[in-house]
Design a protein around this ligand. Structure first.
Ligand SMILES: Cc1cc2nc3c(=O)[nH]c(=O)nc-3n(C[C@H](O)[C@H](O)[C@H](O)COP(=O)(O)O)c2cc1C
Length: 255
């Protein structure tokens, strides 16, 4: 985790991160129209600004939380909160981390499409995103995993996320068993604080890239005359897990 706390800082010129001395964009809540009169060609700069703005004007512990919806083989949509760890504005994807064998992981294995919503009530903004999901490269997952506090690293080994468990006591036992299997001294770790430990990443835990094919920016206006801009583009899957992005088309929507 970077010192700023969000997002992780993997070297790339396109990654949005928050430098310590970053000046938050000035946006006024009272203003009726948050989006420029003429919608910009690429919405992701505004997405980046809103994410930074939400982080810097945080009114809750996890301003980077998004509701992620997936739909598995049954087609039934299910949603849950995950943390957006990164926005790579060019070529345009979000990154989140999870257990590949969780409910969402299994959904994405059979239907690699997802939608995500950010909502900041006090900031009166919403971002809706849809797109295609691919797994993050292993090296990127390793790099991020190595920055996590040791209880989360160990938890990734111990928890079969989304599977039933008889009780919390059983979960604690699984943590102890995982520590034993990895040759870790749990008592020593517990007295050492929360720093990352030298724990390898389990193969079933890693990142996903949500490649953005649709963005809707929603800004609250006076008298329910909200401002909505919609951008869409085509995504073409390439053989090597890569994606080719088409040009953005934009339109304003009625509230
Ligand atoms: C604020 C918050 C942040 C969360 N962040 C993550 C996350 O980044 N990754 C994750 O796998 N689960 C995260 N969770 C837990 C998920 O919401 C969910 O319970 C879990 O991933 C299992 O979901 P699934 O059974 O649909 O796969 C978070 C929950 C909350 C409330």
């Amino acid at each position: 985790m970077s010192e700023a706390g969000w997002p992780i800082n993997i070297a790339s010129e396109n990654i949005v991160y928050i430098p310590k001395n970053h000046q938050a964009p000035t946006m006024h809540h009272e203003h009726e129209h948050f989006l420029p009169e003429s919608l910009p060609e690429d919405p992701l700069q505004i997405v980046a600004e809103w994410l930074i703005f939400a982080k810097e004007n945080a009114t809750r512990p996890n301003p980077d939380a998004m509701i992620l919806a997936t739909g598995g083989p049954s087609g039934m949509p299910t949603s849950r909160v995950v943390l957006c760890k990164e926005l790579v504005s060019n070529p345009g994807y979000l990154v989140f981390f999870t257990n590949y064998l969780s409910k969402k992981g299994l959904d994405l294995a059979s239907n690699p499409k997802a939608s995500a919503v950010f909502h900041w009530d006090q900031l009166r903004r919403q971002i809706r995103i849809e797109g295609q999901v691919t797994k993050s490269p292993a090296a990127e997952c390793d790099e991020y995993f190595a920055t996590r506090p040791w209880p989360r690293q160990l938890g990734a080994w111990a928890s079969h996320q989304s599977e039933p468990i008889a009780s919390l006591d059983h979960m604690q036992k699984q943590v102890e068993q995982a520590a034993k299997k990895l040759g870790l001294d749990l008592a020593a770790l517990e007295s050492s604080g929360l720093a990352p430990a030298d724990i390898p990443r389990p193969k079933h835990w890693g990142g996903y890239r949500l490649w953005i094919s649709s963005v809707e920016l929603w800004a609250e206006g006076a008298g329910r005359i909200h401002d909505r801009g919609l951008w869409t583009r085509d995504l073409t899957l390439l053989g090597d897990n890569g994606i080719e992005t088409g040009d953005w088309q934009s339109t304003r929507l009625q509230p």
